[in-house]
Design a protein around this ligand. Sequence first.
Ligand code: HEM
Length: 221
Amino acid sequence: MNLVFLRRIITTSIGRKLIMAVTGLLLVGFVSFHLMSNLVLLNGQEAYNTYVEHLTGVPFLLFIELGLLSLFLTHILMGIYVRWEDYRNSPSGYKKRNWQGGRTIGSATMLYSAVTILIFLVYHIITFRLSDHSIGFYEMVTNAFRDPIFATIYVLGGLAMVLHLSHGVQSIFQTLGINHQKYTPFIKLGGWIIALTMAAFALLPLIFLFGLESHFMGMLH
Ligand code: HEM
């Protein structure tokens, strides 16, 4: 991709929306993978620690993490810009916006769910990624989940993910032009299924908070 093409994308409104859609899609891929990784917690200490050590041992990890960071940053910065642009172009502000896919609770609360996820993410990176891992990943995560305040923050983060993706996934398809009378209901349904799956981010801390993990042990083999 040459620089002129990149500049053309960034400097047009549809180009910026396309960037949001593509980074959003890649982030959906990351969170789905991350969610599956987190479910390994239900297989117990040994399984989870072995799994995470395996993951953190992949080559070029730093480059993968930097790629992920740039995805998040691009999505967030473009989101702020697109929002501001919509606000500036609409005399009565954002309220009159024509939502892609109609107005739903997810579309109406996009900004709030985005801010909640961002706050959650900063807290999450500080407490899990940049913290001391010497006690083991399983112990670090499950000790944290047994703390009601910590668990509450995770539940709120998980619910914000559900809300954000309930509109976000179908919006990606609309922006990419994948829009057909016949397929749109399936795209909407698929978007809701992906969004509802994110509720597992909120359920995991609750399972450990209420000491229910033994009921799930071995279910995911
Ligand atoms: C049940 C909820 C979650 C659990 C148990 C969990 C667990 C973890 C753990 C243990 C790490 C550290 C891995 C390491 O140090 O290498 C991590 C990193 C990370 N998590 Fe989560 N996570 C959860 C939810 C989320 C959500 C909802 C998001 C996205 C919005 C997210 C995004 C990230 C990112 C971006 C990283 C840094 C990745 C890296 O540097 O390798 N996590 N998570």
